[in-house]
Design a protein around this ligand. Structure first.
Ligand code: NAD
Length: 292
């Protein structure tokens, strides 16, 4: 079994981005600039946004954190989005989800200009991705594809079962893995909460991408020998013995499944760090597309 070390890969990618930024500075080109909008004080969101901003600093990007009260009206937030769309100094921005209940996520998402949508959630980007046109690929599936690429895992013709059909992970990764291209051409089954006989599918899979958010869901007896496992799940599980009061768990019963797998991502340290690295990559791409 070989560990797919997302932490190590994400460091490599950040180093490459750092070099690209240094080159841009040397040539007098624009420094990439990412903004993050955070509404309210949700603990997990604060952690995620904080690490995104820190990562920008690590690679030499400019970053702006925009914190808004959770009482902000939908209209006021839409005005802020308009302002960010028109801000020529920004290459991209993200709106951290979830938003307060009185705000319609979809309305906000649709208001983000596709050229600044470095999360790749806007339908224009999603559609372009599905049609294999230039777009922003959502950071988590982009990170998974990068793991396949950098570990030189040949997924062509392999049977992959993706568990979970969310718009940000399951559905896009199922499209990316099945499309033509250097990394792709897999035969993909997209499983979800209504799938019947999931074990029968996973037991035959060469690759399993698990993105459902149930800790230790995937057990050893559900997979075949030599399977490649990508564990996307991140769930906080209460642990009074841990200083933070919780531990992070993936969807995969690591001890059980790693005995049978050829390659496996750990949690933490697998897909998670890749997600942030690919958000930076999208911001750099946006800056290059805008100014080169
Ligand atoms: P989600 O939470 O929106 O949806 C869960 C999906 O799982 C649904 O499509 C549902 O149909 C499916 N599902 C639920 N129970 C099932 C079952 N018993 N059998 C088969 N399918 C089932 O999905 P999400 O937003 O993609 O999040 C999934 C997990 O991935 C969460 O733990 C989340 O925290 C994590 N996540 C991690 C990253 C990262 O960077 N590593 C990024 C995004 C999400």
């Amino acid at each position: 079994m070989e560990l797919l070390d997302g932490k190590k890969l994400s460091h490599q990618i950040k180093e490459e981005i750092k070099k690209a930024v240094a080159m841009r500075i040397e040539k007098g080109l624009k420094i990439p600039h990412l903004a993050a909008v955070l509404v309210g004080n949700d603990g997990a969101s604060l952690t995620y946004v904080g690490s995104k901003v820190r990562s920008c600093e690590q690679v030499g990007f400019k970053s702006t954190l925009i914190r808004l009260e959770d009482s902000i009206s939908e209209n006021a937030l839409l005005l802020k989005i308009k302002e960010l769309n028109n801000d020529m100094t920004l290459d991209g921005y993200i709106v951290q989800l979830p938003l307060p209940k009185h705000i319609d996520d979809e309305k906000i998402l649709l208001a983000i200009h596709p050229k600044k949508d470095v999360d790749g959630f806007h339908p224009a980007n999603f559609g372009r991705m599905a049609l294999e046109m230039e777009s922003f690929i959502p950071a988590t599936p982009f990170g998974i594809m990068e793991i396949f690429k950098r570990y030189q895992l040949d997924i062509s013709g392999k049977h992959c079962v993706v568990i979970g059909r969310s718009h940000i992970v399951g559905r896009p990764i199922s499209i990316l893995m099945s499309q033509k291209g250097q990394i792709g051409n897999a035969t993909v089954t997209l499983a979800h909460s209504r799938t019947k006989g999931l074990e029968k599918l996973t037991q035959k899979a060469d690759i399993i991408v698990s993105a459902l958010g149930i800790p230790n869901f995937l057990k050893g007896d559900m997979v075949k020998e030599g399977v490649i496992i990508i564990d996307v799940g991140i769930t906080r599980v209460v642990d009074k013995n841990h200083p933070k009061g919780y531990v992070i768990k993936g969807d995969v019963d690591f001890k059980d499944v790693s005995r049978k797998s050829s390659y496996i991502t750990p949690v933490p340290g697998g897909v998670g760090p890749m997600t942030i690295a690919m958000l930076l990559k999208n911001t750099l791409l946006s800056c290059e597309r805008n100014t080169n």
